[in-house]
Write a protein that binds this ligand. Structure first.
Ligand code: HAM
Length: 411
């Protein structure tokens, strides 16, 4: 039996791991500059945390959650997203006494989607949330943060920001009712997938990628026509603030997002370089969500970015390390060699030992690892306490004491 990774999961190593680490480092630097505190929440949560808030008719809840019965029969779900767990953590740990609070997190999420390029069943998200203010500056601040991060990662790439407003909860309710009435007229013409959503989740028909659905969507009601004065003002002001900050954006009235908790501002940053899974970052406002989860009635806004998609766009990282290979010529010098290794490492010198005791094999391995130096220790060297330091790129060598080698390698 050859064991396989679970479908839709993937291992992170080599260049991808370097990129993952760099991304983590830059995200935490930006989090600090923008005033966000990290929260790490458990990967398992009770299923109730997600079911209602994400929407009982959303794809995530209907088809994608990894849910199982615990031994005491309670239902547990592997978190499919980070917003609800973060709010849960803030409520559980009484972190909402002073508002607003700004949290960020990075870690694995789980959705049983059909795997394809840029879409996995276990994937990582970076996530930023601001809880406890309905000021539109928070929405804009978060978009500026996303823009800033993306520009840092991809200074030359074209990444488009799309924004929309879903209005307040009442606007959205009336809009959905009217959408259902409109789509009902086209029941037979809509794709099978969209037909199922006419009454349960008509918003999601708007972002269908089916050509027939797209055609029907052209004349569908527009959310803008249902806005309250307040919703319209908010959206206009956000657009102005973004323009004042020189952020280029496109208004996409069909941008509805996949989770039920959104209202007012929603946005996505998209790229042309990843095929159909083109959204790098998605987010929006979710006033009322904290209350649904049993916390105070406060507003919230945030976004999440897909780490794997970001990594796919990142350039390879040059580790630029000077590697040193220790070559012991005989097993008899094992103890001697291990002590030398120990001393080099205590001096913070990265040394690789391959346990081969064979000059030719070790040199070939050192070569494959792109090592810059080799320290060679044979009988003569042990006797004299002096060793060969070979400069592998220059093909020259010197005979030196350990102290001299340490000094050279540190230079
Ligand atoms: P989301 O749009 O479901 O939003 O996911 C955010 C991002 O996670 C996507 O834009 C994408 O980059 C990445 N992503 C989602 N699913 C997958 C997958 N199967 N494989 C790889 N990457 C994926 C949320 O999760 C919201 N919680 C965002 C949010 C935060 N809204 C407010 N605050």
């Amino acid at each position: 039996m050859k064991v396989q990774a679970v479908r839709g999961t993937h291992d992170i190593y080599g260049q991808d791991l370097l990129k993952y680490k760099q991304l983590e480092e830059i995200v935490s630097k930006y989090a600090n500059i923008y005033g966000f505190n990290e929260i790490i929440t458990p990967i398992i949560e009770s299923t109730d945390l997600f079911k209602k808030p994400l929407g009982e008719h959303s794809d995530v809840v209907l088809k994608e959650m990894y849910t199982f019965k615990d031994r005491n029969h309670s239902l547990i779900t592997l978190r499919p997203e980070y917003t609800t767990p973060m709010i849960r953590a803030a409520i559980t740990n009484n972190l909402l006494e002073k508002l607003p609070q700004k949290f960020y997190g990075i870690g694995p999420m789980f959705r049983r989607e059909r795997p394809q390029k840029g879409r996995y069943r276990q994937f990582n998200q970076i996530n930023f949330e601001i809880l406890g203010t309905n000021d539109i500056s928070a929405d804009v601040d978060l978009i500026l943060l996303a823009d800033d991060l993306l520009r840092n990662f991809f200074p030359t790439k074209k990444i488009d920001l799309q924004i929309n407003s879903l209005g307040d909860k009442n606007t959205l309710k009336i809009f959905k009712e009217n959408l259902s009435l409109y789509f009902k007229k086209y029941t037979r013409d809509l794709s099978e997938e969209s037909q199922k959503k006419i009454y349960t989740n008509p918003l999601r028909i708007l972002d269908s990628k089916n050509t027939k659905d797209i055609e029907i969507n052209q004349s569908a009601p527009k959310i803008f026509d249902y806005f309250s004065d307040e919703a319209k003002d908010r959206f206009d002001n956000i657009k102005n603030l973004l323009s004042d900050s020189n952020i280029i954006f496109e208004i996409n009235p069909r941008l509805v997002r996949g989770l039920d908790y959104y209202c007012h501002t929603v946005f996505e940053f998209k790229t042309n370089d990843l095929g159909s899974q083109d959204t790098l970052i998605g987010g929006g406002r979710y006033d009322g969500l904290t209350k649904i989860l049993g916390g105070p009635d406060i507003s919230g806004v945030g976004w999440a970015g897909g780490v794997e998609r970001l990594i796919m766009l990142m350039r390879d990282i040059d580790k630029n390390e000077k590697k040193t290979h220790l070559i012991l010529l005989h097993q008899n010098f094992r103890s001697y060699g291990l002590q030398i290794l120990n001393q080099l490492r205590k001096n913070n010198i990265a040394v690789y030992f391959d346990y081969k005791y064979d000059l030719k094999k070790s040199l070939s391995r050192a070569n494959k690892l792109n090592s810059e130096f080799a320290i060679i220790i044979g009988e003569e060297e042990v006797k004299k306490n002096q060793y060969i330091l070979k400069y592998l790129y220059k093909n020259i060598q010197e005979i030196l004491t350990l102290d001299q080698i340490i000094k050279k390698l540190k230079e």
